[in-house]
Structures are given as C-alpha cells and as structure tokens.
Ligand binder design. Structure first.
Ligand SMILES: [Zn+2]
Length: 427
C-alpha cells in the first residue's frame, strides 16, 4: 500500500478553502482515501476479483469470441445485458444498440458512468478464436480492445454486488455501440440522456496514464473528378489522378509541430485510396483519405483548412472537380493549459491515486495526460467531467496480432471497484 499522506492533507486544506483563489497552486483533489481501502466491504469486493479470476478470464474469452463489428454488436449487448440482469439490475438496450444498466445508489451522491465499447474493428468472418499462451498472454483480434474492458466491467459489477456495496450515487454500466467508427454510441447516449452523468469513465486503452482530454480527429475523403477519356485522347485532358498526386505532395509541405512539442499534431494521407477502373483511360474519379489529429482545437481547424486549401488549389490547377466529405469528425478537447480545471476535478486525481495504489506508477507529469481517443472524448467536448482509463496490458490492437497480458486485467477490474466506491461515494 503506497499512499501519499501529503495529498490527503492538501485535500483537507482544499475543502476548507472551498473554492477560494489559489487552487491552481494546490495538489488536485482526490476522493481516494486510506479509510476507503480499510473498509471490510471494499476489501471483500477486491478479494472477489482475485478469487474469481479464472472465471473472469473464461468469460473474457467468451466475450472476445462473440463477433461484434461496429454496428453489429447486438449479440454482445445481449450477453452483457443477461449477465447484468443476474445481479438484479434492469439493463436495457437503446435504439442505437447501447446496453445500459443502473445500479441505484441510496441517494444524494453523484451519478458515475462506466462505459466500455462493445464493438471491434474486425469484420464478420475474421478468425477471433482466442489462443492462450504459456507466457501469461492471450492472442486474438479484439481480445484487448475492448473485450478486456467489457469483461472487467461485468466482473466489477459482480464484485460490488457480492460485497453488498452501497454507494450514495448511482453507478451506470454502459456498453457502447460503434465506438470504433466515430464514438457514435456515446454521442447518441449523451444526446438522449442529457444531465444524467455527473462523471464519465471510459474503460478503453492499455493500463497507464489517466486521460482527461480529447484528441481531435478529422477523417476526410478527398475526391477529384473529371469527365475521363481514352488514353488515345488523353493528351491535355484534365486528369483527377494528377490533381490528387499534386495535392498529396503539397499536403506534405504543411509544417507540423515537432512530435515532442507540448502540443503536437499529425496527419496521414492515403489510408484509403481509390480511383479508375481500367488501364487505358483517364479516371473519372480519384479519391484518398486524410487522417488529421491534434488535441488543440485551433490547430485542428488551421491544419484542416491548410489541407483543404492544398486540395482546392491542386484541383484548380488541373481543372478538375473537387469535393471533401467527412468520414468521421471528433472535436479536440483542448491543450493541457485549457484543461487545468479538468485536471483539478477529483475524478482525475482519484483515478491517478487508484492506479498508483494498484501498482501502476508512472513518472510525475505523465500520470495524467490530456489526449486520448475514446468514448470519454464525447464527455469532454460536452462538458461532462470524463476520463479514460486502461483495462490490462497488451498491444497490436486493431491488427490480427492483437494480444493482452492476462493478469493485469485484475488491476483493470479492481480499478473500477475503487473508482466506483470513491467517486459514487460509498455509504
Ligand atoms: Zn477501443
């Protein structure tokens, strides 16, 4: 047990000052206290995770092997719903495909939402059979992102139930649909449940820093069009391929901040490229995609405008038509200095302290970061205090080589229990 006594003292001082000036100088508030982890019911809930880990891993495998490409999460949602029902909760599936269950509090506390996305990036037909290795890892597409979080969330709900833990605030367990294609389920849920969530915790990413910001992501499809022509008649004819080539070359002249700058940005052209249908003709259409990312809302807009400008100029120079369509658009949460208020919200420091208590220690300054691309982004841009935290250790997500360490999911699960009891205020 490694607790920072100094921080608890600071928190006491903070509450005494109750919003007085000078908050910026103080340590961020936390709800994670030594008293919390001394409680018998909290200890019982944590012990439940250790005692039933074999069963949790079996369920984790079961969940991973339920195909759930974005938009086709119904089977997974039904599984999650059935399991939560066994705990006496009343889960429902909303019209978008999100599954939601409320664990009622006794009243007077904040409503805390845990969200784990149900979907994966792998199409039906992908071999998603889990291979358990002798080195303590499991391999399968989706085993890490985000089946681990779904399994952790279910097991944390069971542990709270088994230990008869009562919180003042409601705890909501939300399995979201279509996260991987633009955080769509969470956009839907927040839009249709305004004012419900006081705090939002997205369970999605490797164990590590607590993420309290939002990486802005614009995915564009750039389309260049012309009448086309047979090669024999192509001399001097407007050619969308030449315009696209020119545009891509010019985009890569747009300067970016250094990768290690306090706030950076990155773009990538051509994840998707299409055009033409035969060898012997000028294509009627050539398209490519652009993936642009930064946490800085202003930089996002400026870079997007610069990229668009290069495409428009290339289209004009080559006398072809041009249109841009957004494939996906998630707004940026802001630079760290814009998010100082959010960093001071107890949600963030509580999560940092919980992780440190569970042995996930990170260098000072790296324990909480203002980026991230998860369901928490939707909360951040909608003004709901939101964080994203990890599920287990692993890697190669979104590839067929995806893998996860098994044991670290215990930490991911205990983290949910401690966050629920600390933030939804155990009675
Ligand atoms: Zn994910």
């Amino acid at each position: 047990m490694r607790l920072r006594t100094t921080r608890f003292l600071c928190v006491a001082a903070l509450s005494a000052a109750s919003g007085a000036v000078g908050l910026a100088q103080s340590a961020p508030a936390t709800r994670f206290t030594p008293a919390l982890i001394e409680r018998a019911d909290v200890r019982a809930a944590l012990a439940y995770v250790d005692r039933n880990f074999e069963q949790q891993v079996a369920e984790w495998i079961r969940i991973t092997e339920i195909p759930a490409p974005s938009g086709q999460e119904a089977k997974r949602a039904a599984y999650v719903s059935a399991e939560l029902q066994k705990l006496g909760l009343k889960p429902t599936v909303d019209p978008f495909g999100n599954v939601i269950a409320r664990r009622p509090g006794t009243g007077g506390g904040p409503t805390l939402v845990f969200a784990a996305h149900l979907d994966t990036v792998f199409p039906v037909g992908t071999n998603i059979t889990v291979r358990k290795m002798g080195d303590g890892t499991m391999h399968a597409p989706g085993v890490f992102d985000n089946s681990a979080s779904v399994a952790n969330m279910l097991q944390a709900a069971r542990a709270l139930h088994a230990a008869k833990i009562q919180t003042r605030g409601d705890v909501l367990f939300l399995g979201t649909a279509q996260e991987e294609v633009g955080l769509k389920g969470m956009y839907y849920w927040l839009e249709h449940n305004k004012g419900v969530a006081d705090m939002l915790v997205a369970l999605d990413s490797g164990l590590g820093p607590v993420n309290y910001g939002a990486l802005g992501i614009y995915w564009s499809r750039m389309s260049f069009t012309a009448a086309g022509a047979h090669t024999n008649n192509s001399r001097g004819v407007p050619n969308p391929a030449r315009a696209a080539a020119q545009c891509i070359t010019d985009i890569y002249t747009i300067p970016l901040p250094e990768p290690d700058a306090p706030v950076s940005a990155v773009y990538n052209v051509g994840g998707l490229m299409t055009g033409g249908s035969v060898v012997n003709a000028v294509p009627a259409e050539v398209t490519f995609s652009v993936d642009l990312r930064t946490v800085d809302p202003q930089m996002l807009k400026t870079l997007d405008a610069a990229i668009l400008g290069k495409c428009e100029a290339a289209a004009k120079a080559h006398r072809v038509g041009f249109t841009r369509t957004f494939i996906q658009r998630s707004e940026a949460g802001g630079r760290p200095e814009h998010l100082e208020d959010r960093r001071r919200h107890p949600l963030v420091q509580t999560a940092v302290d919980v992780l440190e208590h569970l042995g996930v220690a990170l260098p000072a300054g790296r324990e909480a970061i203002a980026s991230g691309s998860t369901d928490a982004n939707v909360g951040v841009v909608n003004g709901v205090p939101s964080i994203a935290v990890g599920r287990s250790r692993g890697g190669d997500q979104h590839t067929l080589q995806e893998w996860t360490d098994i044991d670290s999911a215990k930490i991911g699960t205990k983290q949910i229990i401690l966050l629920a009891t600390a933030l939804a205020e155990i009675n």
